[in-house]
Write a protein that binds this ligand. Structure first.
Ligand SMILES: Cc1ncc(COP(=O)(O)O)c(C=O)c1O
Length: 336
């Protein structure tokens, strides 16, 4: 592997983990099998009715060269929320974590060394069996594949430019709070529009009032107001990010800065924010350089990474790589 050439794309590895239910929907023991395509029925629930969703995690080398995961049980729990919302049988939390560790161990030669990148881990839960009338699939699959990926920031941290489009991501009481595959299908057109116009990502507003900030493509949103208070949109139709939760705790517990989790109006952000950033497994903590709303571009912190943004980023990455103490035991070692 040429570790310096890694991007964020699919790289075939050695094995993947696969488990299935029987027709009584009881999970059967899973195992690692050779990496490659999996046969699917033309009438599968996943293909026909979008009964599928996924998780995103990563394994990486800490500074002591141990391979670690970050809060894997929280990904397992979030997949159970997906299962509940999409009428799928939940995959047990402990089995999820054990399966993730097994597939990481089997593919350890694909883990990039040190800060060259990470092994992206993609657990998928889907209705695999045939179904004709709209209804849940007749059996289910849980699988995990991995792919080595490069650092999100090649050449250092770069603030991203966001575009507010006319599209919404998630409606109240819809599926925005779970990682359903269809949420991402619906985001592709606005993302293409933003990219074609030279932006990095879409900033979504709420579907009811078209006024409150929700999130950034596949990452959560924070604003540091000029008053010093940090605000982040409350839960409801946003995805409850594990990085978001970690950053919220660091803001309160480590930095003792005031944090408000509440409705955040786009006009408040545009007039009051000193810095903005987004959080996610891939993005970690990414500064936001500008927001374009109804044709006008608002530059934040002169287009440079904000001070508080970078302090939060340094603390989170330091905990993840075991440079700083980890009081919540978020970092979990993978025995190799
Ligand atoms: C829509 C959306 N929001 C936020 C996030 C960030 O979540 P996390 O921090 O758990 O990666 C993601 C990524 O999973 C996402 O897809």
């Amino acid at each position: 592997m040429d570790w310096d050439k890694l991007g964020f794309k699919v790289v075939p590895t050695k094995t993947m983990y696969v488990a299935r239910t029987d027709e009584s929907l009881a999970w059967q023991p899973g195992s690692c099998v050779p990496y490659g395509p999996i046969e699917i029925h033309p009438a599968s629930g996943a293909i026909n009715y979008g009964q599928s969703g996924f998780e995103g995690m990563k394994a990486f080398e800490a500074i002591d060269r141990k391979v670690v995961l970050f809060r894997p049980q929280d990904n397992a729990r979030r997949m159970q929320q997906l299962a509940d919302r999409f009428a799928m049988p939940p995959y047990p939390v402990e089995d999820f974590v054990t399966a993730v560790m097994e597939v990481v161990r089997e593919n350890r030669e694909f883990i990039p060394p040190g800060e060259k990148g990470s092994l992206y881990i993609r657990p998928v839960l889907a209705g695999w069996g045939p179904v004709l009338g709209v209804g849940p699939a007749s059996y289910y699959i849980f699988y995990i594949f991995v792919s080595p990926v490069g650092p999100y920031f090649k050449g250092g941290v770069r603030p991203i430019d966001l575009l507010v489009t006319d599209y919404h991501r998630a409606a109240p009481h819809g599926t925005g709070s779970v990682k359903g595959a269809g949420n991402y299908a619906a985001s592709l057109k606005p993302l293409q529009m933003a990219k074609n116009a030279g932006y990095d990502e879409v900033l979504y507003l709420d579907a009811r009032e078209d006024t409150f900030v929700e999130e950034v493509g596949a990452a959560n949103f924070f604003a540091v107001l000029k008053s010093g208070v940090i605000v982040t949109p409350r839960q409801g139709s946003i995805l409850p990010g594990i990085t978001r939760d970690s950053v919220m705790r660091l803001i309160g517990e480590h930095f003792s800065w005031e944090l408000q989790e509440r409705d955040v109006e786009i006009h408040e952000v545009l007039s009051q924010a000193a810095e903005c950033f987004s959080t996610g497994t891939a993005a970690v903590v990414t500064p936001i350089g500008s927001i374009t709303y109804r044709g006008s571009r608002h530059v934040l912190s002169e287009g440079k990474p904000g001070e508080k943004t970078m302090a939060i980023r340094d603390r989170l990455v330091g905990i993840q790589r075991k440079k700083y103490p980890d009081p919540h035991e978020w970092v979990v070692e993978v025995p190799l």
